[in-house]
Design a protein around this ligand. Structure first.
Ligand SMILES: NC(=O)c1ccc[n+]([C@@H]2O[C@H](COP(=O)([O-])OP(=O)(O)OC[C@H]3O[C@@H](n4cnc5c(N)ncnc54)[C@H](OP(=O)(O)O)[C@@H]3O)[C@@H](O)[C@H]2O)c1
Length: 332
């Protein structure tokens, strides 16, 4: 048995608390050894509550901890760039929350920092590690829907707390940044290409954050993806990949939990076939892959340059939404 990857988590964020930290603790090749918070008492209480051996009262202290190999960074979006680069420069590998940064330029800068440090950097889009996502991609590659023409998707939920980071423009809030980024990522992944042009309409809060946004992505060959995302609507999350012979439908597409799931294959008058997939913890599969990539036993599946491509599309969608839906080219 080789040594486990020693992880630290930067902040006491909710997503760490309920999903990623337990996944690291359950992983076959990693250990969660330290947590940091801006508030030392909060870090100490969090460490006790979650069985984490060490705690630090500043992010700097965790980054300087010599007995930590990798950092999981679930900070507000506007802080991803700074703390990822600081961690990489200190020699840590970084798994950073989605969206990786505020725009493509920041992602590229972070990718350069990872290259310069010889460390691994990955964006924590966990749904990509669920076997169902891989099966959906395989079914499309086999041609079960015929020629792929449209991807439809949505991710909405109702945010009830007005002080949430998602409503703060200075922290990188917004429906597209928070949940629409999954739809953009899934659309690009399912089509297997980058969109060339996009358009979007949004509803803006008084502070200037989109709390609802609907977007259209146009790919070469007139393949289209359309999606909606919101912080104001009852929960919905799905994608459909539709082609000339039928469509695949995936419910609870991004947060399926750990129960068994299915992919529905709709074939018009011929009915619906179900492809069953055994339940899995997509967060655990993600952190295990990351640790294998650090150990050099697996090739990193999703690079920070890929995250930059997602952000290029997101920025174009925002430009369009701010211009009343005017079509915008996705800048290379
Ligand atoms: N992959 C997923 O399934 C998933 C799900 C939810 C969220 N996320 C992503 O994870 C990140 C965190 O989201 P979250 O919902 O977990 O956030 P959260 O609960 O609000 O946690 C953010 C943490 O950042 C720290 N922080 C530092 N400066 C802050 C500031 N000015 N305001 C607020 N917090 C600050 C705080 O920790 P300390 O006070 O301890 O320092 C806070 O606990 C985001 O990038 C989000 O997009 C991913």
């Amino acid at each position: 048995m080789s040594a486990p990857l020693l992880w630290g988590v930067l902040s006491t964020a909710n997503i760490g608390r309920w999903a990623v930290n337990p996944a690291i603790q359950a992983s076959k090749n990693g250990e969660l050894v330290a947590v940091a918070s801006r508030d030392g008492e909060r870090a100490a209480a969090f460490a006790v509550e979650h069985g984490i051996p060490r705690h630090h009262s500043s992010y700097e202290a965790l980054i300087a901890d010599p007995d930590v190999d990798a950092l999981y960074i679930p900070l507000p979006n506007s802080m991803h760039r700074e703390w990822t680069i600081r961690a990489l420069e200190a020699g840590k590998h970084v798994l950073c929350e989605k969206p990786l940064a505020m725009d493509a330029a920041e992602c590229e800068e972070m990718a350069d920092a990872a290259d310069a440090a010889g460390r691994i950097l990955m964006e924590a889009f966990m749904y990509r590690f669920h076997p169902r996502t891989e099966r959906a991609l395989a079914l499309l590659a086999e041609g079960v829907v015929g020629e792929l023409r449209v991807v439809r998707s949505a991710f909405t939920f109702k945010l009830t707390r007005p002080d949430n980071i998602r409503l703060d423009p200075d922290l990188g809030g917004g429906a597209l940044m928070d949940v629409g980024c999954y739809c953009v990522n899934a659309s690009r992944t399912l089509v297997g290409a980058e969109p060339v042009e996009v358009s979007a309409r949004a509803r803006w809060t008084p502070r200037g954050v989109d709390d609802e946004l609907a977007g259209i992505l146009t790919f070469d060959d007139d393949v289209t993806a359309h999606f909606d995302c919101a912080l104001t609507m009852e929960r919905a999350e799905f994608y459909e990949a539709a082609g000339t012979d039928g469509h695949l439908r995936v419910e609870s597409a991004f947060l399926p939990g750990t129960d068994d799931v299915v992919i529905e294959e709709h074939r018009g008058r011929d009915g619906v076939a179900e492809h069953p997939i055994a339940g899995a913890d997509e967060y655990r599969l993600m952190v295990e892959h990351f640790a294998e990539a650090v150990a050099g036993r697996e090739t990193l599946r999703y690079t920070a340059r890929e995250a930059a491509a997602n952000m290029r599309t997101i920025s174009a969608l925002y430009r369009s939404a701010r211009n009343g839906g005017r079509p915008e080219k996705v800048r290379p």
